[in-house]
Structure formats: C-alpha cells, structure tokens
Design a protein around this ligand. Sequence first.
Ligand SMILES: C[S@@+](CC[C@H](N)C(=O)[O-])C[C@H]1O[C@@H](n2cnc3c(N)ncnc32)[C@H](O)[C@@H]1O
Length: 453
Amino acid sequence: MKKGQIGEGIVERIDFPNKGIINIDDTKIIVKNGLTGQKVRFAINKKRKGKCEGRLLEVLEKSPLESREAVCKNFGSCGGCTYQTISYEEQLRLKENQVKKLIDEVCEDYVFEGIKGSPIEWGYRNKMEFSFGDEVKDGPLALGLHKKGSFHDIVTTSDCKIVDNDYNLILTCVLNYFTELGTSFYRKLSHTGYLRHLLVRRGTKTGEILVNLVTSTQENVDLKPLTDKLLALDLQGKLVGILHTNNDSLADVVQADSMEILYGQGYIYEELLGLRFKISTFSFFQTNSLGAEVLYSTAREYVGETKDKLIFDLYSGTGTIAQILAPIAKKVIGVEIVEEAVEAAKVNAELNGLKNCEFIAGDVLKMIDTIEERPDLIVLDPPRDGIHPKALDKIIDYGVDRIVYISCKPTSLARDLVILQEKGYKVEKACAVDMFPGTVHVETVVLMSRKEK
Ligand SMILES: C[S@@+](CC[C@H](N)C(=O)[O-])C[C@H]1O[C@@H](n2cnc3c(N)ncnc32)[C@H](O)[C@@H]1O
C-alpha cells in the first residue's frame, strides 16, 4: 500500500491504547480508534519499515462488540471517550487482553491476575480540565474537550457522562456567561484572546467543589456576576471555592502566573481508604477516587509484609501511596519532582496524624543519591513515559527484595520490565485496574522480587 492510498479492511484487534490492527497481504496497518470486528475505510498517511498507519475515514460495518447505544450526544466527535458503545464488561476484557499481551511479550512464568473494574462506570471523575475554543473555525464559543484527533477544535461537553452532573451545570453556566458577554477565547497560534481553561474538581466522597477559571491578562472582565451565578446553581455537591488564575504562558498548559480567590477557599478535601487529603487546584491526584481505592488496595496487597520496613514511594505526587502504607510500615520516604505536591503531601500526612512519612522534593534520578537511608521495599508510580534508565539503574542497585510498580502506560512498563528482569528481578504477578471507563486508559500493578544470587 502507498501513502495516500485508500483501503478497506476488518480490524482484527486493538493494541494499547487505541491502535486498530488490520492485516492486508502481509502488511500490518494501524488504524487509530478502530474497534475489533469493525469494517473500516482508511487512508494511508504514514509508511515506514513495512508498517503502515492509516487514518480512519468511515466505519462501514459496526463491531459485534458494539452492543449498546452511546449515552452521550458528543460520542464519536469528543476526544474523551472511545468505548461507550461497548458494554463495560467487554471494555474490561479488552483492556485486560491488551495489558496481558504486553506483559506476556516480555515476561515468562508470572501470574496474571486479570483486571479489576472501576466501582462506578459513570460520573467517576473528581477533576476535569475544560478548554475554551470553537468547534468549527470562527464558530460560537465552545467549552469542553478537544475533538478526537484535533489540536484546535473544542467540543462543548455539557452532557458529559463520566462526570457528575454538577460539572455540566457549572460548564453551561460559565459558557453562557461568556457567550452573552461576547468574550474572546485565547488562540494558541496568535496568542491573543482571554479565556483559556476551566478547571473543576469535585470530591467524590466529600462532594466539595472547586472551580478555577484560567485566562490570559489580555482583557479585564468583571467576574463578580459569574461568581454570583455559580453560587446560585442548584448543585448536588457544595461549591467551596471559585478561583481566577492568570496564565500568559505561550505553551498550552494549565499553569498559574498568579491566582486570586473570588469566593471561598483554594482547595477541596477528598477521602481515600479512610484517609483525608487536601487537594489544591493544580496538585496531582488520581482522577477516579473510588478507582484509586481499588488501585491503592491492590498496591498495598502486592507490597506484602511491611512491618519494621522502610519503604520508598518514588514519584509520590501528593503522597497518597506513602500515607496508605505508613500505618503498616516503620517509615515511608516519598520523592516527587513537583514542589507544590510535596508541600501538599506534608500537610496531608499531618492531617492524617502520620509521623513516619518524609517527603522530598526533586528528581528521583538525583534525589536518591542524597538519601542516606536505604529502603527495604520500593513502590514506583512514574509518569506515563516510565522511569529514566539511569534512575532505574539506581533503583535496582538498592537490591531490595520486592518492588511494586504501578503504571499508567503498560507500553512504558513493559520496556522497564525488560531492564528490571535483566538486572536480577523476577515478575511474580501483575494485574490491571481500570480507572477510566469509556476511555482507552488503564493502570497496571506489578510485583517483582529479587532473584536468588
Ligand atoms: C502517576 S503520578 C503518581 C503520583 C502518586 N503516586 C499518586 O498516586 O497520586 C507520577 C508523579 O511523578 C512525578 N514525577 C514526574 N517525573 C518525576 C521525576 N523525574 N522525579 C520525581 N517525580 C517525578 C509527577 O509530578 C507525578 O506526581
């Protein structure tokens, strides 16, 4: 097949995260977002080393997996969900097979314990980052998520089902307010305009809601009437804070040059496994609270006996894992690169009355050289790209008996497992945990033990 050629084929399987695989005459074609069993038309847009990538043009025949109607009116165009038309049971089977295949390719003789589902399929998110923009060039103001595969176009997600309806009421209120005012949105190419993002956090357990409007400083808009409108909404949860963040950064990232509190406070509380966490607007916190309880319980079970042990929680974020392990360990040391997250971890440990946690700010690669104590056990929960090879070498050099690796990207995990096995670790068991129903994402937990020397 040549670049630009149009073809048709049946998707044989989906490789993580969303790669539909089609084989035609010994050529493997990857068509993103195709579902197993679908007959699709595609256009070849890349060809390299016998591998082709095709862009999905049209679904000619539905997949037998698609046993139900989508529940959201934006399904298909919105970049958020991919699997809404597949039953949750089938989604779990699909993700389980993807994770198992990736680990089977690099590990032998380990126990794969299947997949654990999210306790709730809908309304599970405790945080959303919405973008302002338009759905079509020069169209009306939109507020929501990026269109599937698009860098610019935004779909208004006022009907989103993976969040509590409070999010939809807040989004609609904010969108209506700025539509009536005719306020401009920030254009990423020309760097002009005012409205950038709307961040909403809502504690699943506590119902506390924090709203954060992120804008440039290019206009001066009166936000008092918006604050009053938000406070007048009939929400199920409790709006505890409304913030306005200024961000003039050229990059399309949500960050703060300065922040003002328009109402209430700048944080919410959330509860996980009986512990309480104070979460500020930008700190990392797992986005599915009930799913996080399943993930962390699995990690705690995999860590095994911790009595009198010193545990390193590397890539510790706001210190959730460290604090869940601290009550059953001698001490836990967390290392995290985001200083604000480390400060939050310290506050949270105090809030939870834990005296045996220490949190260190910095890059794992550098910081582990500065820690004098040596761990007995290590928990790893790195970002999507996995662990820097040099940091992995240092982690392996500790020679601890057991390592638990939590991963949000099983392809990076598989790469790191190859190195861990080459350097003396054996994969004992693994399982997948689904924290993101409807979407392509999945978490994996792996227990490794040091081979006898
Ligand atoms: C997947 S999150 C895990 C957070 C935490 N374990 C939790 O469950 O809430 C990965 C964390 O690694 C941090 N991180 C990324 N690169 C890092 C590095 N080189 N050194 C230390 N932390 C890093 C990120 O800021 C993020 O908080």
